[in-house]
Design a protein around this ligand. Structure first.
Ligand SMILES: [Zn+2]
Length: 195
């Protein structure tokens, strides 16, 4: 069986975002080996890492499986046979990806979409399929495209300005209507990046 990728599924590692990349890689490999994930032979190395790609805290991207190699990252809906798995290091239930990680993810997704003709609607976090998980983290949107929007920095900056002007942070949760609410939640999620 080979992988026929028509989807991109994004994950978080739950390990600390900025841990040394080599240490993180070794620990992924050992953990996934112990969980019985099949080996993949990629560019002269043997890996058990279940994702096709990992994006580290400094934005470095490393590949562990060929696109046609079946993944071990999302068993629901047989996604391992029809997707590319990308993991960002970090626990985005409690922290945020670095700007370098978001930039790298944007580039990688752009490349994969073009290379594999993957429609934009087929990019999703793990939790869309594994609904019992929060993966890729509660701090990140259900639609990754929202984060990958190339104008996101400008939008967040203007959202933060809007919020500062209109209401104290303590009240951000208090008002729930239309555009203002969308801006507020976006700003709240991402304000740690740009302030
Ligand atoms: Zn996951």
């Amino acid at each position: 069986m080979s992988n026929k990728p028509q989807h991109i599924i994004v994950h978080h590692s739950i390990t600390p975002r900025d841990l040394n990349s080599d240490i993180t890689e070794t620990s992924f490999n050992n953990t996934h080996k112990n969980r019985g994930f099949p080996a993949s032979y990629f560019k002269g190395n043997t890996w058990h890492i279940g994702y096709h790609y990992v994006i580290f805290g400094d934005g470095e991207v490393r590949q562990y499986r060929a696109h046609k190699t079946v993944g071990a990252h999302c068993k629901e809906e047989s996604m391992n046979f029809k997707s590319i798995g990308i993991c960002l290091t970090g626990n985005f239930d409690v922290e945020y990806p670095s700007k370098a990680q978001v930039d790298a993810l944007r580039d990688l997704v752009g490349f994969l979409r073009e290379e594999l003709s993957i429609p934009v609607k087929n990019i999703a976090p793990h939790r869309k399929y594994a609904t019992y998980k929060s993966c890729w983290g509660k701090n990140l949107p259900d639609d990754p495209n929202e984060l990958l929007d190339s104008n996101v920095e400008e939008k967040v900056k203007s959202a933060i300005e809007w919020c500062k002007e209109h209401l104290p942070e303590a009240e951000w949760d208090g008002v729930k209507e239309g555009e203002a609410e969308r801006f507020r939640s976006l700003a709240k999620r991402m304000k740690t990046w740009f302030t």
